[in-house]
Design a protein around this ligand. Sequence first.
Ligand code: NI
Length: 153
Amino acid sequence: MALLKIIKAGAPVLKGTAQPVDHITKHTKRILDDMAETMYNAEGVGLAGPQVDLPEQIIVLDDGNGLIELINPIILEESPELEKGVEGCLSIPGYYGTVIRHKKVKVKALDRHGKTVIYEPEGFLARIFQHEIDHLYGHLFIEKADNLRKVEE
Ligand code: NI
């Protein structure tokens, strides 16, 4: 496995729309492994393809309860209930802000074997799903954040 370079805000790849993965290959699995390693190394809770200069619909995330891999994720349902919470982003190091998200979402995706998987995360995990899926459409949390602030590390 290998650590990938995390692209910082301002780069065009973070503003673009990521393409669906047509065929899951050995390369896709390698990318998933490298993205997970990169996310854990950076102590992040999620990482999307564009953040490693790969404009494809690939996400890894882990809220502390285990790695989740998403290929071509689609949000099927969003709860009407909203929730405020603090977010940061590995592409915008040191900045945090409060973002309103749906409390629950229902997401369909493919796993690394090409099998359809359905997730129905709530709370913090649902927040990570929404934040990462936003990356696939060129959106960063700072566009939606209130009380954006820089924290010295
Ligand atoms: Ni992010």
